[in-house]
Write a protein that binds this ligand. Structure first.
Ligand code: FAD
Length: 315
């Protein structure tokens, strides 16, 4: 199968990838956006903390709107996964699930992070209906309600303390806690109730209402926050030698231009580390899109233009 060529290839069809595609197109780059929107962290979210979008808006709707904008700006979109990336002499070869190979002068990694799953019955079923992986995002939906957080590290304790500002009652379900003495002291001084157990099943009807614990007890809750830390989607990046961050070793290291350690390769969104928020993802996506297009332009002989002809130069 023959390979198609692009100026900028973006891996990931979430907020970071969508915004990167829009800004790269505005700079007249020929763009391919690869990824499944239904696998974006945003897909099942209910968003109310993103500026200019009042009220509570479904993530699926936001993604659909963004992808329509991307199409309108002239990018090609393919709803599939990237299997492999290789590079030689500044040209990247991207192998797609369909068997097609795409060639590009510039790559933007926007693959998000895969949240570590609890792996119990009810977790998938109640995602967005009582199960959440982000206390900062969803705490406000649990005002005056009873919630539990599960996880044995600082992300869980921090999530539980955050939720205290919203919920009427907060449980922290963890067999043991592996956190600093300072954080443990803050937890003990707070009204969070630590239950030394693990969750075996999440159950409910319309939404979560009961957690079944390994000690035989049940916990009545309106929501469960799973805070087990996050696992970066790093395989593709490390395949071509892009370096990870020095602090956690699970996010892609970038500078203020969203450049990775490999020339022509950029990263944006959750994949570069917290905070895991749409506003941060689109901000970084904007910079990455502009910088990737500028990189390609620097490589082109004077007078040679590419990309969708009908797009005027954006500011
Ligand atoms: C339940 C929930 C509620 C949330 N609520 C809010 C909120 O209210 N406000 C807020 O600001 N944020 C919220 N967030 C966080 C927000 O959704 C993320 O910060 C945001 O989606 C990150 O965008 P991203 O583009 O970096 O990654 P993602 O949106 O996760 O997109 C990653 C993309 O990469 C693709 N991908 C991964 N691997 C490959 C591959 N090998 N090949 C091709 N494509 C690949 C995926 O399919 C997906 O399309 C919430 C998250 C969750 C889970």
């Amino acid at each position: 199968m023959s390979a198609s060529s692009y100026d900028v290839l973006i891996i990931g069809a979430g907020p970071a990838g969508i915004q990167a595609a829009i800004h790269a197109c505005r700079r007249k780059a020929g763009v391919l956006l690869v990824g499944r929107p239904e696998n974006s962290a945003l897909y099942k979210a209910h968003v109310e903390n993103y500026a200019f979008v009042p009220g509570v808006t479904g993530g699926e709707e936001l993604l659909r709107t963004g992808l329509n904008q991307v199409r309108g700006f002239g990018a090609e979109i393919t709803d599939e996964d990237v299997l492999k990336v290789a590079h030689e002499d500044g040209l990247f070869q991207v192998e797609l699930e369909s068997g097609r190979t795409a060639l590009t002068r510039s790559l933007i990694f926007c693959m998000g992070v895969a949240k570590t799953k609890l792996g119990v019955p009810g977790e998938e079923e109640f995602l967005g209906r009582g199960v959440s992986y982000c206390a900062d995002c969803d705490a406000n939906f649990y005002r005056g309600k009873v919630v539990a957080v599960t996880g044995d590290r600082s992300a869980a304790v921090d999530g539980a303390l955050t939720l205290l500002g919203y919920a009427a009652k907060v449980y922290l379900v963890a067999r043991e806690l592996h956190v600093s003495a300072e954080l443990l002291a803050r937890l003990k001084a707070s009204p969070v109730e630590h239950i030394p157990a693990s969750i075996e099943e999440i159950s409910g009807e319309e939404g979560v209402d009961t957690l079944f614990l390994n000690n035989g007890e049940t916990l009545r809750v309106d929501g469960l926050f799973i805070e087990l830390g996050s696992k970066g989607a790093m395989e593709l990046a490390t395949q071509i030698g892009v370096q990870l961050d020095a602090e956690w070793f699970k996010y892609i290291a970038v500078n203020r231009k969203q450049e990775t350690t490999l020339p022509g390769v950029y990263a944006a969104g959750d994949i570069t580390g917290p905070p895991f928020q749409i506003a941060k993802a689109v901000g970084e996506g904007c910079i990455a899109g502009l910088e990737a297009a500028a990189h390609v332009r620097r490589l082109q002989p004077a007078g040679e233009e590419s990309g969708p002809d009908h797009i005027q130069e954006g500011r």
